[in-house]
Design a protein around this ligand. Structure first.
Ligand code: MG
Length: 267
């Protein structure tokens, strides 16, 4: 099942994508969502998650750790993004005036389906509700100069996610790519994750509680290079569709409101 969040003229709603058509749904996403059978006209897709928490894993592909001269970590390197960073397909990423280097990072995103705390790796799959594409946008200069990652990874719009959450999916060996204006920059496969998904779930839930709808970005493969305002970045994860987002300079209509989307994704 492909879970979406959409908007027509009213408030945002949850739905299901059926052969490219948005169908209305009832129930709770990632726990118990049921399509009603009613097709929705003129739906604009939003981020298919509304997480309390976005947990991210840094340097989880050897090739990416090495391309920036970083040591391959002995344990998962975790950081958080605030929920205000989350945007959906087609929405604008705002290039902050405070930064001089903005890097996209294509990642497989996991969406939690059950409350999870102290989950053993062997049980990890049972707490995952689905998968989608994620983009860990990074102000690389601020990440370095701050000495920790809260601002560099956490600006508004720095976490594009979507276009849908696939609930029936095998994430263990799928392609993750990033293209900029159609040119491929990053390409990797999830089989090369240093810390695989079950290990990450056990490691993370040893220190914090995950709730349904929370998101984990699993790390990015090599090929990370900067983008400029005017570029469009597209993340694709095999079988999970594509997540395009235009980059706009701060102060040029790039405010964090839903009306600011350009190139909006419609079905
Ligand atoms: Mg990343």
């Amino acid at each position: 099942m492909k879970i979406v969040r959409y908007q027509t003229t009213g408030p945002a709603a949850w739905g299901v994508l059926d052969d490219g058509v948005v169908m209305a749904a009832e129930g709770t996403p990632f726990v118990d969502l049921r399509p009603t059978g009613r097709a929705v006209e003129d739906a604009t897709l939003l981020a298919p998650v509304a997480p309390r928490t976005v947990l991210c894993v840094g340097r989880n592909y050897r090739s990416h750790a090495e391309e920036f001269g970083n040591k391959v970590p002995d344990e998962p390197l975790l950081f958080l993004k605030p929920p205000s960073a989350v945007i959906g397909p087609g929405e604008q990423v705002v290039y902050p005036s405070l930064s001089g280097r903005l890097d996209p990072e294509a990642e497989l995103a996991l969406v939690i389906g059950r409350r999870a705390r102290h989950v053993a790796a062997a049980d990890a799959w049972s707490v995952i509700g689905g998968y989608t594409c994620g983009n860990d946008i990074t102000a690389r200069d601020i990440q370095k100069s701050d000495g920790q990652w809260t601002r560099g990874k956490g600006f508004d719009t720095f976490c594009p996610v979507g276009p849908w959450v696939e609930t029936d999916y095998d994430p263990t060996d799928v392609a993750v790519t990033c293209t900029v204006d159609g040119e491929e920059r990053q390409s990797g496969r999830t089989k090369d994750l240093i810390f695989p998904i079950p290990y990450l779930i056990e490691y993370i839930t040893r220190f914090t509680t995950l709730e349904p709808g929370d998101v984990i970005l699993s790390g990015t493969p090599e090929g990370v290079r900067p983008v400029q305002p005017g570029n469009t970045v597209t993340v694709e994860v095999e079988g999970l569709g594509s997540l395009p987002n235009p980059i706009v300079a701060e102060g040029r209509g790039g405010s964090r409101i839903l009306g600011s989307r350009s190139g909006s994704v419609r079905t």
